[in-house]
Structures are given as C-alpha cells and as structure tokens.
Design a protein. Structure first.
Length: 178
C-alpha cells in the first residue's frame, strides 16, 4: 500500500506517514499532483478513470493525477506519474507549476482531502500507452468542450473538484493559448 505524508492545514508535512487508504478513511490532508496536459492544437487531454478505481470509477478527470508518496517531492511525483500513467518522460523545466489548491471531495465513503500541486505540460507527441490499472481511456478535447464538460460534472461524468478549481485551470490554459 502506498504511504503518504500527512499535512497540517497549511500544507506543511507532519511527522505522520500512513497508507493512502487510511488517509482517506480518516479524512487526513495529504499531497497529490495534478498535471494538466495541453497541445498546440488548443486541446486538453483528459483521462477516464479505470472501472476498478475506488474513487470516482469511470469518471473523466485530470490528464494525469496521483498521490505523492511519503518523503517524495511533488516534482519527482509528477515525473513518476506521467511516466507510469501515460508513458510520458519529461525534462526539467517542461512542467509549469501553477500553484496549490486544497481539494476536498468524497465518493462512496472515501474522502479525498488533498493538497493538490498543479502543473501544466505542453505536449505534442502521440501518447502510445496508458496504465490500464489506473485509467481506461484518454482523449483530447477543445477548450470549449472542456468548459462544457466541467460546467455540469454529474451530467458529463467528470470528477468533482472544489469550487473554482476548473475556472482556475481554464484561465491558465486559456492564457497559454493566446
């Protein structure tokens, strides 16, 4: 079971390290990475979570997302998750750090109380493999389609995020498209 650091309400690492299932069950704040991928065609990559996921199975989500393992830096975690989930290997400075958002949601008694480190990646190569244990599909969507999908999460089977999350992402990606 993957171990995660537990954070205080300001995002500082505490001395507590637990399995991610325990962090979810006890609603403990822990770090994750969200990497949003866009391309020169003004499209955003979204992933469909695998049907075997405990949290939001079969829902569309962030291009690449994952827990930061205990004592792992957020940037190393981002590199690891990109490689594991999408087979993408990036070089230093290819990821743009956008900031951190506290994201607290639940699904079937599983609480995701996350401190999400958010990155953007411009990527124009084909994605040739996906990690089937984590996701079942990926697709590129236009910014307008993305806005539509995230305007009604339940209708379009998209994962829930804190208020203002998607507006934050859209504003930053829109800026890249100018």
């Amino acid at each position: 079971m993957e171990q995660v650091n537990i954070l205080d309400n300001f995002g500082n690492i505490t001395k507590l390290i637990v399995g991610k299932d325990i962090a979810h069950k006890k609603k403990l704040l822990h770090p994750v990475v969200h990497i949003w991928i866009y391309n020169s065609k003004k499209q955003i990559l979204i992933q469909k979570r695998s049907s075997n996921k405990k949290y939001f199975p079969n829902h569309w989500d962030v291009s690449c997302v994952g827990h930061i393992s205990a004592n792992e830096s957020q940037i190393i975690s981002a590199y690891r998750e990109l490689k594991e989930e999408l087979g993408i290997k990036v070089k230093k400075n290819e990821l743009d750090f956008l900031g951190v958002i506290k994201d607290n949601n639940s699904w079937n008694n599983i609480c995701e109380n996350n401190w999400a480190y958010i990155y953007l990646l411009k990527y124009n190569k084909p994605i040739e493999k996906i990690q089937k244990e984590e996701l079942s599909d990926i697709k590129w969507v236009s910014i307008n389609t993305f806005k539509k999908l995230t305007s009604n999460l339940k209708k379009y089977n998209f994962t829930k995020k804190e208020n203002g999350y998607f507006e934050f992402i859209i504003a930053h990606i829109d800026e890249k498209f100018k």
